[in-house]
Design a protein around this ligand. Sequence first.
Ligand SMILES: Cc1cc2nc3c(=O)[nH]c(=O)nc-3n(C[C@H](O)[C@H](O)[C@H](O)COP(=O)(O)OP(=O)(O)OC[C@H]3O[C@@H](n4cnc5c(N)ncnc54)[C@H](O)[C@@H]3O)c2cc1C
Length: 378
Amino acid sequence: MGSSVACQLAQRADFSGRIVVVEADPSYQTCASARSAASIRQQFSTAINIEISLFGIAYLRDIGKWLTVDGEQPEIGLHEGGYLFLATADKEQILRDNHALQIAHGADTALYDRAGLAQKFPWLTTEDITSGCHGLSGEGWFDGYGLMQAFRKKARSTGVEYIAARADRIERHGGDWTVGLSNGERISAPVLVNTAGASGGAEICRQAGLDVPIRTKKRCVFTFDCRERLPSFPLLIDPNGTYVRPEGTGYICGSAPPADQDPDCEDFEVDYELFETHIWPTLAHRVPAFETIKTGPAWAGSYDMNLFDHNAFVGGVPGLDGFYLALGFSGHGLQQAPAIGRGMAELITTGHFETLDLAPLGIERLTLNRPLIERNVV
Ligand SMILES: Cc1cc2nc3c(=O)[nH]c(=O)nc-3n(C[C@H](O)[C@H](O)[C@H](O)COP(=O)(O)OP(=O)(O)OC[C@H]3O[C@@H](n4cnc5c(N)ncnc54)[C@H](O)[C@@H]3O)c2cc1C
């Protein structure tokens, strides 16, 4: 997110300032962007998230136009395999409502009844399902680490400076924000954009005098191979929230742990029990071919969960001039990076959003206690 904002700010002809990205871990080993499932969908329940992802897919399809450096076009392996959300009878109306909203905003998603699902996806168990919604285009997955590096490379090529240090202390001096770094240096700027993600974002807000309900939540990703060929396999979401999608010649999958067993993320140990007791049984029921699989490596990452409403805080903060947020993406931040970077660059330069009105993601909703509930959190 930091590199997307920096890159798109630097690309504006009407911006002439100096841009510095402060990054505590230039190896990017544990950041969410490096551990993401890197998928993009239009199947959200809020208009703003649908519009952000429509912008996102257009940007990813045309990545060379935006992020080519010295004639070298980034490779992000975009594959538009679609999402397939499944619903049981009690959740069917929600699926229908979401679909109507998606269509109204220009998303290319289609509803299927049980018979339609069985015909289109013959490898699927449908007897406990009443309907499903499939992304016909504009949804799929890509190389998330590749996208992050492409933003970074483009940013550097347009003059953005990267400092390898932790931002330890944030203070306001006169009209500027001063940041004390772990290497002993201090830098000052009239504009500070907090893109420190799940690991550091809430602490930086606290130092600026702002409490945000953003917490780190561990999410594990498991890989496996399946001998049987299942053509045109989408990113499948079971009604219980378990997801699975193709990755190379195999698959990746995951699921949120039960809410009462979801503490803040303190380490990156993989929760294999979750796979054994919950994920695999779900997959084997939903896709009988997955009864026989060969498991591969797994990893854990940290979701940047906004406990208030599972949506990001984006934009300025009333009463904190020059302090901006792009935080709390709650597991859908990678696909949102193109639109959020674009919007933040516009806001910083002109004082308002131009391409997409990102105001619904403003932090004002926290003070007003008006949550923008996202019902489709994966
Ligand atoms: C397992 C998993 C699966 C996911 N799947 C998807 C998906 O399918 N689709 C999707 O769109 N999103 C997905 N996400 C979410 C997405 O990856 C994140 O929302 C997104 O990457 C957040 O980007 P970010 O730049 O805000 O945070 P990060 O990538 O975490 O970057 C924050 C950076 O800030 C640095 N930092 C922190 N504190 C400081 C400090 N004090 N000083 C200096 N630097 C600091 C960190 O080192 C880090 O590099 C997934 C996330 C996980 C963990």
